[in-house]
Design a protein around this ligand. Structure first.
Ligand code: THU
Length: 142
């Protein structure tokens, strides 16, 4: 796929965010970056806990930061970047829980954001609706 300058900046923001990862237990730093319609980028990184099951993923932290800043919708694109030296270097995709968390923010604005999954030599792109088809969302509770 060809990446435009906005996408490249989003991917770079995700990579930089991973440098702040608190992941002493998995040693698996992840960075996430959300881009909104006004061009704002909000990042997150995974934050683990000595009580292992309480760790937070990078995408979830990014969504929480954005919503705590008052953002509701207008989510256009997301970049997720994992560590270069783990696994086979293939792009990592948001975990199931993060797909649901991303869907909440996206659904509030009626967008279907592009998800840029960043690997060592490849960026794989999918729409959130492809990663989470038939999503449960706020409209179900109307
Ligand atoms: N992780 C994320 O931050 N995002 C994902 O979508 C997948 C997994 C984190 C959770 C944990 O801190 C580490 O990666 C290893 O699973």
């Amino acid at each position: 796929m060809s990446l435009n300058d906005l996408d490249k900046a989003l991917i770079e923001a995700a990579r930089i965010a991973a440098a702040s990862s608190y992941s002493p237990y998995s040693d698996y730093p992840v960075g996430a970056a959300l881009r909104f319609a006004d061009g704002t980028i909000i990042t997150g990184t995974n934050i683990e806990n000595a009580s292992y099951g309480l760790g937070l993923c990078a995408e979830t932290v990014a969504v929480a930061k954005a919503m705590a800043d008052g953002r509701r919708g207008e989510l256009e694109a997301v970049a997720v970047s994992g560590p270069e030296k783990r696994g086979d270097g293939a792009p990592i995709t948001p975990c199931g829980r993060c797909r649901q968390v991303l869907n909440e923010l996206a659904a509030l604005g009626g967008t279907d954001p592009r998800i840029l999954c960043v690997g060592n030599d490849e960026v794989r792109e999918a729409r959130l609706s492809e990663l989470l088809p038939h999503a449960f969302g706020p409209a179900h509770l109307d």
